[in-house]
Design a protein around this ligand. Structure first.
Ligand SMILES: [Zn+2]
Ligand SMILES: [Zn+2]
Length: 353
């Protein structure tokens, strides 16, 4: 079957690989339908590493995905406790926590000490025609949600988890630094949670425009440092909660400056150089609470419901679609932020390129 594997920095190859085994107990074989490209995938693509985890062997990326059950092993019970059968379309939670370690037992499966995660070394991801996954990580998708939107449920879950961690209260003011897919989803979740106003700073104009369309007060960087603009708009107070949703770097400091004394800064993005850069005095004087967000918890069912009921718009974020065989082009475009890219979806099994 066809797959796309990363061999080294920017070295993605479309390759034939052996078919997966047939599903064992509690497993299903999925025909992959749609895979989203994530900012973390771009990190891995550029550097052949994510944080301090190196890509040692050719790696199949892709952790935001949906597919159709082709074969179900015995006792293939999905994430909602129902038996999976061939033909059922599902979105997949890429995290496979052990359920037994201290972190799992303590209610933090996203921090599992024995975590497997699709597309994170050494586990292969979904940029291929078929994949074997634990049935419990699958969530059936209603007809109203198409394959591409189903692949958006994972990043939506990340956004929901980050907002939950922030302990946002109704009428809290919020700033979001970086309007990539996560920032744009987080904006919608924070709005649903009652945040107001919502400032978004972003240097790519089409993304800022999209944030405004989705209900944000845009902070255009040509108007001066974003934190200064936010202070002007809040009578010098700053916002209650600031979310860093870009590639960290200078945005961490920007978020810390935008937030009020005693405020909370939630870090969602991943920095390029694996360093957290923040002026200590900014954090100290304000007595800031820094919260580092890691993936998500049990957010899939809620993410699904929000999309199904039209409470969150994921379609507006999907700017590009590519067939599997052209995934290398999709990554190249996304990495250079060309053609007004927001979210790229790789469509698998939808005919030949
Ligand atoms: Zn992701
Ligand atoms: Zn665990």
């Amino acid at each position: 079957m066809l797959s796309v594997r990363l061999h080294g920095p920017r070295d993605l190859r479309v390759e034939e690989i052996p078919e997966p085994d047939s599903p064992g107990p509690g497993e299903v074989l999925l025909a992959v339908r749609a895979v989203g490209i994530c900012g973390s995938d771009l990190h891995t693509y550029r550097d052949a590493r994510i944080g301090d985890t190196l890509v040692q062997e050719p790696l199949i990326l892709g952790h935001e995905f949906a597919g159709v059950v082709e074969l179900a092993g015995p006792d293939a019970v999905d994430g909602l406790g129902q038996l999976l059968r061939p033909g059922i379309r599902v979105a997949v939670d890429p995290a496979q926590p052990c359920g037994r370690c201290e972190m799992c037992e303590d209610g933090n499966p996203n921090l599992c000490l024995h975590l497997h995660f699709c597309g994170h070394p050494p586990d292969n991801g979904a940029l291929r025609e078929r994949i074997l996954v634990p049935a419990r990580t699958c969530f059936p998708v209603p007809d109203q949600i198409d394959d591409a939107a189903a692949a958006m449920l994972e990043p939506l879950g990340v956004a929901i988890h980050a907002v939950n961690l922030s302990r946002l209260r109704v009428k809290d003011s919020v700033s979001i630094h970086g309007a990539g897919p996560i920032g744009l989803l987080l904006l919608q979740i924070a709005k649903l949670a009652g945040a107001e106003p919502l400032y978004v700073s972003e240097n790519l104009p089409w993304r800022l425009w999209l944030a405004a369309r989705l209900g944000a007060t845009p902070i255009d960087q040509s108007g001066g440092p974003p934190a200064g603009q936010i202070h002007n708009k809040t009578q010098g107070r700053g916002v209650d909660v600031a979310f860093e949703c870009g590639w960290a770097g200078t945005l961490v400091q920007e978020a810390a400056e935008a937030v009020r004394y005693g405020g909370r800064v939630v870090l969602v993005g991943i920095p390029e150089d694996d360093r957290l850069t923040l002026k200590h005095s900014t954090a100290r004087r304000k007595g800031l609470t820094l919260v580092v967000s890691r993936r998500m918890k049990h957010t899939f069912p809620w993410a699904m419901e929000l999309v199904e009921r039209g409470r969150v718009d994921v379609q507006s974020l999907i700017s590009h679609r590519y067939p599997l065989a052209r995934a290398p082009e999709a990554f190249a475009l996304n990495e250079k932020y060309q053609n007004e890219v927001v979210k790229v979806i790789v469509e698998v099994g939808s005919g030949h390129p």
